[in-house]
Design a protein around this ligand. Structure first.
Ligand code: SIN
Length: 290
């Protein structure tokens, strides 16, 4: 019998699921996972034995898979990317190594992402998530009054500048991240506060990797307020930190969380496979503010 009622990592984040083999999970199991996903925003499903065909197949239970801008997929599986850091990549950045929600700069950012742990360092390489609904609920009034009803600008361009400064074409490391991608480098406006389409919760939809400014202000004039909001969202109270084990899957709600890959395992290889589930344009707090 699957154990779907284990404690979550925090009161609002990170349900743990054990005793399930996703390769032959039935509708009842998927509906419990879906429920945990809505309630806890990140679901960790332990001890899976998947090949990439399985990963693609089980990911389709969550939604349609999307191809990603600027990241070269696994050659045999265009819906899958390998998130890889090799043992000899010392003193370098790591993919996802700052707070972000995946591809928030797209007009329709992903609804969810799925990461599958294939090969892990003996210690380190954890991932953190932040609950953006809890962050909005507790946002001090002087900040809330400055974000409600406003739009922010997202773009992938600064990530490229930070991660491909020398080659200008590729992420430095074992992942191929092509830059100068018009889709990633465009500026896209989204509401700063969005309503979750399933739970109805209000949540901040901003992140330090891709959100560069308020739509009605310059980057310079936006910097202080954005920093105060990012500092609030990443307070320990709103985050969880997960220590991976091989075969574990994390399924997260990309609309309601940010995440952060901890880069503390130089000298060891870490290989994860990721699929990404298509989403819709974020909805503002009021239906008219999309
Ligand atoms: C990502 O941002 O998708 C990577 C997360 C991780 O490697 O832990």
């Amino acid at each position: 019998m699957p154990e779907l009622n284990q404690p979550s990592l925090t009161p609002t984040l990170g349900a743990i699921v054990d005793g399930v083999d996703l390769r032959d999970a039935d509708e009842r199991v998927w509906s419990k996972i879906q429920h945990a996903f809505t309630q806890y925003k990140v679901v960790f499903i332990l001890n899976q034995k998947l090949d990439l065909d399985d990963l693609v197949r089980i990911s389709r239970n969550i939604g349609d898979l999307m191809r990603l801008p600027y990241i070269e997929p696994v050659s045999t599986h265009p819906e899958v990317i390998a998130v890889l850091k090799e043992a000899d990549e010392i003193n370098m950045g790591v993919f996802g190594g700052d707070w972000h929600s995946d591809f928030s700069f797209l007009p329709a950012p992903p609804m969810a992402s799925i990461l599958y742990a294939q090969e892990l360092p003996p210690v380190g390489g954890d991932t953190l998530w932040a609950d953006m609904a809890a962050a909005y609920r507790t946002l001090p009034e002087h900040l809330r009054s400055q974000v409600d009803g406003r739009h922010v600008v997202h773009t992938g361009a600064p990530y490229g500048v930070d991660n491909a400064p020398e080659l200008d074409e590729q992420f430095r490391g074992s992942m191929t991240v092509a830059r100068k991608n018009p889709e990633a480098d465009a500026e896209v406006r989204h509401p700063a506060v969005c309503r979750h389409p399933a739970s109805g919760e209000l949540m901040l939809f901003v992140n330090p990797t891709y959100t560069t400014r308020f739509a009605d202000a310059s980057a310079q004039d936006s910097a202080e307020l954005l920093k105060a909001i990012f500092d609030h969202c990443t307070r320990p109270e709103f985050t969880c930190r997960f220590r991976w084990s091989e075969g574990c899957i994390a399924l997260w709600d990309n609309r309601a969380t940010m995440h952060y890959a901890v880069n503390d395992y130089d000298g060891h290889r870490r290989l994860m496979y990721r699929t990404t589930i298509a989403g819709h344009a974020p909805m503002g707090a009021n239906p008219t503010s999309c």
